[in-house]
Design a protein. Structure first.
Length: 152
């Protein structure tokens, strides 16, 4: 009787481990994890008289194996994030591309379209979050200009 109970217990434990590895492999390897609010800001000069201010308020969930690697589990960007300007009206701010979580660097790309009285402005806002092997988080924003002919 004891052998059958041990065998059933072993099979049950193996099945649970297999489910974890198949459905959420990251949690099986994490030795540390956490979550933190991060605020990223960047001022972008569109030309000599027009600029935009990019503001990102995000909650970042991460895990890491100390001294080996870290990764981003989930990103929640709050509704108060966005682009503001006194000189440029924002027409479009739409997520167009991104990375899946589970890597050390997560990124998401937004298409920005705006206009002033005489000019139209188009570009991509790229937002990055990174977790290193010690659980230290970093983030940054880049802006890629597009000419008017580049956007369909």
């Amino acid at each position: 009787m004891g052998y059958k109970k041990i065998r059933k217990l072993f099979i049950s434990a193996a099945a649970i481990l297999a489910c974890i590895l198949v459905f959420n492999p990251i949690s099986a390897y994490a030795t540390q994890s956490g979550g933190r609010n991060m605020i990223l800001e960047k001022d972008v000069s569109l030309d000599s008289s027009h600029s935009i201010h990019i503001y990102v308020n995000a909650y970042v969930e991460y895990s890491y194996d100390e001294g080996v690697y870290g990764w981003i589990n989930n990103i929640t960007i709050s509704d108060d994030s966005g682009v503001v300007s006194n000189e440029v009206n924002v027409e479009t701010l739409q997520a167009v591309d991104g990375d899946e979580t589970g890597y050390s660097t997560y990124w998401i790309r937004y298409l920005f379209c705006g206009h002033s009285f005489l000019e139209d402005y188009r570009g991509y806002i790229n937002i990055y979050f990174n977790c290193d092997e010690w659980g230290d988080l970093s983030g940054w924003i880049t802006y890629d200009y597009l000419s008017n002919e580049s956007v369909e």
